[in-house]
Write a protein that binds this ligand. Structure first.
Ligand code: PRT
Ligand code: ZN
Length: 284
């Protein structure tokens, strides 16, 4: 029995989805315009679909699980449960208006025309703010709409902001923060659940490893305690004596977000020969 996973066929989430599987030790060959692939060494069958279709496939149980952006998941409003945040495909769904417009609150949008590919989420934002505006649904190149007189504002995905900027628009209000998520059908049987648990276990180990670095350094014994206090480690740092009796080698794991700050403090405390190594998997 195979667990069926739906991922994007091509586009912004495709490569990261395949890479995540590969990092989990699951070999999936994509390409040749194929519709499905069977993993070689894990009970998984992968379906390649348009991202917009993934929530429906998962709701129907045609795919047991899927990888999709939260923006699409919430827009489609299907019965698919989030199992895990995946940390890639990050973007936000935002309202943007012409650079020359002065927007100070959602009331700016009252009676205006908004172009978007996300009519459901846009309408929800308007309703929450008691605004009546006309939504003009278009499927692509939403950012062009104000320039050609099709709309007064847009509600579109933004990551760097350069698309809006190049089209004379300014982002004025973010209505949803989004990233890729793993979703599941609501009623998996025991066997399917067991495979999903194994997959999630691997995904967590891979993601945890990505967020941490392995650090090796040499510490003078005179400041060893001070250096150990700076390092959290998974339990506590490993300390090994060096051939030169006045120094020790210290090994530990550092979270990525504390990294530079900690390295500075370690150097100040007398640490030398600091080596920083990526971690492949991390199981706690
Ligand atoms: O063919 P299919 O329907 O599967 O793909 P698609 O064309 O609908 O989607 P695709 O591949 O463009 O995006 C897939 C998913 O990637 C989205 O649903 C989001 O979850 C996520 N994502 C992350 C983004 C972006 N970042 C993003 N920047 N999706 C689209 N964009 C577009 C945006 O629409 C705008 O046109 O990029 C442009 C803005 O980018 P910046 O960097 O200029 O701000
Ligand atoms: Zn799409």
């Amino acid at each position: 029995m195979n667990l069926k996973l739906a991922i994007q066929k091509s586009g912004r989430l495709h490569e990261d989805s395949i890479k995540l599987l590969n990092d989990c030790g699951i070999a999936v060959k994509s390409g040749n315009n194929q519709l499905r692939a069977v993993a070689e060494n894990f009970p998984l069958e992968v379906y390649f679909l348009r991202d917009d279709d993934i929530p429906q496939y998962v709701e129907d149980g045609v795919a047991h699980i899927g990888i999709v952006g939260e923006n699409v998941l919430f827009e489609k409003d299907k019965e698919a449960e989030i199992v895990e945040m995946l940390g890639f495909g990050k973007c936000r769904l935002s309202i943007a208006v012409k650079k020359t417009d002065a927007y100070s609150s959602p009331s700016f949008l009252e009676g205006k025309k908004i172009a978007t590919s996300y009519p459901v989420l846009t309408q929800r934002f308007l309703d929450d703010n008691h605004i009546k505006a006309e939504i003009h649904e278009i499927s692509g190149s939403v950012e062009l709409a104000p320039g050609i007189g099709l709309a007064d504002a847009v509600c579109d995905l933004v990551s760097s902001g350069s698309t809006l900027f190049m089209n004379g628009l300014q982002e004025v209000q973010s209505i949803l923060k989004s990233q890729a998520v793993l979703v599941r059908n609501k009623s998996l049987n025991d066997e399917q659940q067991k495979i999903l648990d194994q997959l999630v276990f691997r995904i967590r180990a891979v993601r945890k490893a990505k967020n941490n670095k392995y650090v090796l350094l040499n510490a003078p014994n005179s400041s060893l305690q001070q250096i150990i206090d700076l390092l959290p480690g998974m339990k506590s740092p490993t300390v090994l004596p060096l051939a030169n009796g006045e120094w020790s080698s210290v090994h530990s794991v550092l979270p990525e977000d504390e990294f530079w700050e900690k390295i500075e403090a370690l150097r100040k405390a007398g640490a030398q020969g600091i080596l920083v190594v990526p971690i492949e998997k991390m199981i706690i």
